[in-house]
Design a binder for this molecule. Structure first.
Ligand code: CO
Length: 494
């Protein structure tokens, strides 16, 4: 590991040009056994790692204004019983992707600010949204689903990654409905005799917001569904669960759609953050029709992602990544020119909610810049000890994510595995070892972009001892642009 120390502008631990190259489109689709492997892939590690993220950062040469507008591309890394590892990537063939590839030009505006060429005149009154299916990918109910929060999921063949088409979850969704890209997996649901279940939500924003909760059985069938209307516009990307509650943080934002409708800005750029207004913490019971929805106020800044939540006595604890202000790309700037020194870092706070007294206390539990938190999936909704997250190399300020942090919430002990100066990390996915007895007994799978070689690696780290050398580094033959979310399944698909 490197021991470079710095946080000053003139002495960065990363090379800005190398960092920018991680946003180059990857238009090619690959299919091969990985043959450049350092270390040894653990024999017990068998299954498939799926990842999603924008594969194109331009449409036929027209650059995107924001990377979140890029067409979804799925990567599948299959760990076979014979120790071989196979890589495959495919674009989700959404209607919009097919149309634009065929037309050879940009047809759609992006939600986060990408405008069609031709200025406002060519964008005015065009609110036609392209489903880009680029945020997450899950395998549930024998279906591989690419998720994007503003539209229907797309279903893919888990072996070939061929796109099957839009999926309505066996009739639960209707055409034009959406479902969030952040489902929670309850490892042992109290309402279903300890069976695992998948909990997800959808939001219909407006002057008030309708939140619908869905819970699905392992075979994909719907177990429970209920809707609740809360006052105010909502911009909610993620939520958290406990055995009895769903927790939502309604950020203090308002929405003025006029610049979007008139063709000046993307819809995402019309969200205005009000740092001095309180956030609302919405607590929805999962399965009790007699228990009321509670809304409590707190100050949280802006939240995209939660780490986890759990119940203890009369209290609910919620751990979340909070920004003092909403990180936004301004319409006339390029995201690749991001001035990290002017952006607030995402820091981890713990909210303690007393459900009877209706009080919320908060304390900071990690001040360094964090994003893409992950925990042992067996502890979702339960008291937990270990938190893994992407983080910056230096311990202060905002910077690209170049390291993985392990935080022991019991002792406060921290471990850091940094890939600086040339490595840039993605979400660290924790895979428990078979027959593990301790929460951190598992592997961390992380895709790392190597800005010097302009290629990506799949790195396997030891969950118990994050600081030691990687167990294995699998070198891909090409780069994968910075991704968003992914998941692991113990089923081997190839
Ligand atoms: Co997310």
């Amino acid at each position: 590991m490197t021991s470079l120390i710095s946080s000053q502008k003139e002495n960065l631990v990363y090379d800005r040009q190398q960092w920018q190259q991680g946003y180059q489109s990857q238009p090619n689709e690959y299919d091969y056994f990985i043959d450049e492997i350092e270390g040894k892939v653990p024999e017990e590690l068998q299954g498939t790692l799926f990842r999603n993220g924008p594969g194109l950062l331009d449409v036929q040469g027209t650059p995107l204004q924001h990377p979140f507008d890029g067409d979804g591309m799925i990567c599948a890394v299959s760990f076979l019983p014979n120790g071989k590892v196979h890589f495959r990537n495919r674009f989700v063939r959404t209607e919009g992707y097919i149309q634009e590839q065929k037309a050879g030009k940009m047809i759609y505006r992006g939600v986060f600010g990408t405008q069609k060429p031709g200025g406002w005149l060519n964008n005015i009154f065009d609110t036609n949204v392209k489903n880009i299916a680029n945020t997450n990918v899950i395998y549930w109910g024998k279906k591989l689903l690419a998720l994007w929060e503003a539209a229907e999921p797309y279903r893919l063949n888990p072996n070939s990654l061929e796109t099957i088409g839009k999926d309505y979850l066996d009739g639960v969704l209707s055409s034009g409905d959406s479902i969030s890209a952040h489902p929670c997996f309850d490892p042992s649901c109290e309402f279903d005799e300890g069976q695992p279940c998948l909990v997800n939500f959808s939001i219909k924003p407006g002057l008030s917001s309708k939140i619908t909760i869905y819970e699905f059985a392992p075979d994909g069938s719907l177990l429970r569904q209920h809707s609740h209307t809360v006052p105010g516009f909502s911009f909610i990307h993620d939520f958290a669960i406990t055995p009895h509650y769903c927790l939502f943080l309604q950020n203090p934002v308002s929405f003025n759609p006029l610049p979007y409708i008139l063709g000046f800005k993307g819809a995402g750029e019309c969200v205005n953050f009000h740092p001095n207004k309180p956030s609302k913490l919405i607590i929805i019971p999962r399965n009790a029709s007699d228990e009321k929805v509670k809304t409590l106020e707190t100050n949280s800044g802006f939240i995209f992602h939660h780490v986890n939540a759990f119940e203890e006595g009369n209290n609910i604890y919620l751990d979340s990544i909070c920004y003092e202000s909403l990180p936004q790309v301004q319409p006339d700037t390029n995201y690749k020119q991001t001035d990290f020194d002017n952006l607030d870092p995402g820091q981890i706070y713990r909210f303690k909610i007393n459900i009877d007294q209706e009080t919320v206390d908060k304390e900071i539990i990690e001040s360094r810049c964090c994003e893409f938190p992950y925990i042992n999936p067996n502890n979702v909704g339960r008291k937990y000890r270990y938190l893994f997250t992407g983080t910056a190399h230096q311990n202060q300020g905002n910077a690209p994510l170049q390291a993985i942090l392990k935080l022991d919430l019991l002792t406060g002990k921290k471990q850091l595995h940094s890939f600086a100066p040339q490595g840039y990390v993605s979400e660290p996915i924790f895979v428990p070892k078979p027959n593990a007895t301790d929460e951190d007994q598992g592997w961390i799978l992380v895709m790392v972009y190597d800005g010097y070689k302009h290629r990506s690696d799949i790195v396997i780290l030891d969950g118990e001892n994050l600081e030691k050398d990687p167990i294995s580094t699998l070198h891909l033959k090409h780069h994968i642009p910075y991704g968003l979310h992914g998941s692991w399944t113990s089923e081997v698909f190839i």
